[in-house]
Design a protein around this ligand. Sequence first.
Ligand code: KDG
Ligand code: MG
Length: 399
Amino acid sequence: MTITDVRVIVTCPGRNFVLLKIVTDSGLYGVGDGTLNGRELAVAECLREHIAPLLIGRDADCIEDIWQYLFRGAYWRGGPVLNSALAAVDLALWDIKGKRAGLPVYSLLGGKTRQGALAYTHATGETFGEVADNARRFIEQGFKVVRCQCAIPGTVGTYGSGRGNAPTGEALPVEETWEPRPYLQTVPRLFAHLRETLGDEVELFHDVHERLTPIQAARLGKELEPFHLFFLEDPIRPEHKESFRVIRQHTTTPLAMGELFTSKWECLPLITEQLIDFIRCDLAHVGGITEARKIAAIAECYHVQTAWHGPPDISPITHAANVHLDLATPNFGVQEWVVHPPETADVIHGGPTFADGYLHVSDAPGLGCDIDEQAAAKYPYRRAYLPVSRRADGSVQDW
Ligand code: KDG
Ligand code: MG
C-alpha cells in the first residue's frame, strides 16, 4: 500500500492543532496529530517541507521502518519539534494499518487487557473551597481520580489555577509570577482541606509542573504523605534525571514524570532505577504509538505504570491513540482526560468517550477518528503562547 499524498492541516477550532492526513494508492488514508503547543508552525513546516517528500512512494505498512528512517536516517534527530512531526506520521500509519486490517488499533497492539481506561481530569480554583467544589462536581460525574490545583497567595496565575494559554491571537506571552515559599506552604494545606471535605475514597493528586528544586520536591512529597496522593506529577525540571534520587530518598508519595520527555532514552534512568511510579510521556511528542509502547514495555519490567499526557493542547486524535494504547497495556495506570472546546468537534470527528470514571474508544477500524478538511479551513491558525513565569525578583522561572 503506497503513500501517494501527505496533507498537513493547521487549524484553530477553539485552539491550534497540527493535523496530518496520509493518503495511499488504495484510497485508504490515516489521520495523525503533531500539535506542539505554542510552536505549532515549526512542526507543520517540518512536516510539509522535510518529511512529506520522504513519505511519498513508501509502503504505509512498514511503520517501524518509516519511524527508524525518519528518526535515525535523518542524522539530526529528536527534540519536541522533530518528534512531534514523527508522532503525526506514526499515528496516521497505525490508523491506516487498522483500517486495512479492519481492526481497531488496540487490537493490533495485542487486544484489550481491560474494558476501559481509568481517567482523571483537572479541578482548579482560586480558593480551597472552589477547588473542593470543582472536584466534587467531577466526582459526581463519575471521576475516581482528580488532579487538584489552587491559586497561590501573593502570586499571579499559578499553573492549573486558571487559564492555561494566552488567548489565541495575542501578540506576546502573558507573564505570571511564582514563589516556592508560599507554594510549599499552600499545597499541603490544600490537600488537608480536600481530604477533610471530600473524604478518603477519591484518588487525588497534584501537578507541580517542574517548578521545584529536588530538595523542595522532597519536602513537598513528605508533607503530602498523610493525604495519600495518587501521585505527585512532574516535581522538577526534566533535564537532570538523577535528581529524582534526592526526592525518592525522602518520600513515599508516588512520583510521576515525563510530559516534557521526547524519547524512550530520556525515560530510562527514572524507570530502571525505579525513581518514579508513573511514566507520563506525551504520545504526540515522543514519536507516537511506536515509541510509547516501547516505553510502556520497559516500564512494565520495573513496576512503573503509564499515565500518558492528555491535555487540551493535543487533539482528540492523540487522545484516541492514548486510550487505544491504554487498553492494550498491562501496566497501564491512569489516563489524563479533558474536554475540548465545542468547535473542535466540527473539525475532528471521533475520539474517546467518558463514562463512569473510564474512557472508551470505538471499535471502528484504526484510531476511530476523522478530519473534516473543509471545516478545518474555516478555523485559521491564530498565534498563541503559553504564559511565561517569573520569580518576585524578575528572574525567569519554569512555567
Ligand atoms: O502545553 C503545556 C501543557 O500541555 C501542560 O501544561 C499540561 O502539565 C500539563 C498537564 O499535566 O496536562
Ligand atoms: Mg502536567
